[in-house]
Design a protein around this ligand. Structure first.
Ligand SMILES: [Zn+2]
Length: 377
């Protein structure tokens, strides 16, 4: 039993992030790790891009993991043929849905789009593929038009429907209302694909889930076009921790996955990035450290061990003597409260003038000098 399904698009939308290109071996490695972590569907790439991309997707399909491997296609038969040549059985067909996309990008009209979409969807379905249809720029599309598009796609053989907030213009209220209305008017499963242009991708995806979209489109570290996609690590932890949803995703693989994508994409993760940032389980300020050492849930929303991480106390400008005593104990050094007060003063001085000195080294030096002085007395 699981309450939601993860559709990971790191290898497709993620790789579309400006300046990002994965090597074949990196894509295969990321796919393997996504599969091992428990992702349900891996959007592996765009076969029509050419031979190298096709070989890579073939290799990912040949791994025969638990996850379904999905390929991304425009509504062209030749795109579907390229996917079929890779051995793809799960086909996603993206359909421009808003007037802006149809008139300005395609220079066509809505009835042309409907006809082409139905032709390509039924072609893929007749080949035995499981077909999902994505409405590109759905959030700027008239809802009745969207419902008609999804209904026609269903008649042509599609069974899952993607609602793409392509420019990230929804907010948590509008995404709930829009998805609710679509959900009530169509058959088939809904996949919500959020973008983070206004920093609301995770919140919008959560609202869409609450309104009935059980398929969560996301990418590792939120990698994707412009400001990126809904971050896998954020939405998975929100659903599992805050909403107690069931999903077999293995949290302990989260950091390895995040670091692998960070390295392969060259997109460095900020220290404060939720869930995976280097410092998000580190504590410095005296009041927080004091509370944390008494009970970790004073200042931790969930246990970092769930994702293979640990709590860290670091010393700095805001540290108090409790943190100093704790850090020295971790080094096997016991000191008195009076000494710790002096060290706190020293640390404050050092930080005020040097910002980031090596505090561990300084502490060891300080205590050794102190021991020597004490033994001579
Ligand atoms: Zn996208």
């Amino acid at each position: 039993m699981q309450d939601f399904y993860i559709v990971d698009t790191t290898l497709r939308d993620g790789e579309q992030a400006p300046g990002v290109a994965f090597f074949k071996k990196e894509k295969v490695k990321i796919a393997k790790m996504l599969d091992e972590a428990g992702v349900d569907i891996i959007e592996a790439g765009i076969p029509i891009m050419g031979k190298e991309e096709m070989e890579c997707i073939e290799q990912i399909i040949a791994m025969q993991g638990k996850a379904k491997i999905l390929t991304w296609n425009r509504m062209h038969k030749r795109d579907v043929d390229a996917s079929l040549r890779c051995g793809a059985e799960n086909i996603h067909i993206a359909v421009p849905a808003s007037d802006i996309q149809i008139w300005q990008k395609l220079k066509k009209d809505r009835s042309w789009v409907m006809k082409e979409m139905q032709k390509v969807v039924s072609y893929a379905a007749e080949k035995g593929c499981s077909v999902s249809v994505g409405a590109e720029d759905a959030s700027r599309t008239e809802e009745d038009c969207l419902i008609e598009l999804y209904k026609k796609a269903f008649q042509a053989g599609a069974r899952r429907f993607r609602y793409a907030d392509t420019l990230g213009v929804l907010n948590p209220t509008s995404s709930y209302q829009k998805i609710k209305r679509i959900q009530e008017n169509i058959d088939g499963e809904l996949d919500f694909h959020g973008h983070n242009d206004f920093g609301m991708a995770t919140a919008n995806t959560l609202s869409a889930f609450q309104a009935g979209a059980k398929y969560i489109s996301c990418s590792v570290n939120g990698l994707g076009e412009r400001a990126g996609n809904t971050a896998l690590e954020e939405i998975v932890m929100v659903l599992k921790i805050l909403f107690e949803c069931e999903h077999p995703f293995e949290g302990k693989k989260m950091m390895t996955l995040s670091q692998l994508v960070e390295q392969a994409s060259g997109r460095i993760i900020g220290d404060g990035k939720p869930i995976v940032g280097k410092m998000v389980f580190s504590h410095e300020s005296g009041i927080h450290v004091d509370g944390l050492l008494k009970s970790r849930n004073c200042y931790e929303a969930f246990s970092p061990e769930e994702i293979g991480r640990k709590t860290e106390v670091i010393l700095g400008k805001h540290s108090g003597s409790i943190a100093v005593i704790h850090c020295l104990q971790e080094m096997g050094i016991e000191i008195a409260k009076k000494q710790s007060d002096e060290i706190v003063k020293m640390i404050h001085q050092i930080y005020t003038h040097n910002k980031k000195p090596d505090i561990d080294f300084l502490l060891k030096q300080w205590t050794q000098v102190n021991k020597k002085v004490a033994s001579r007395a």
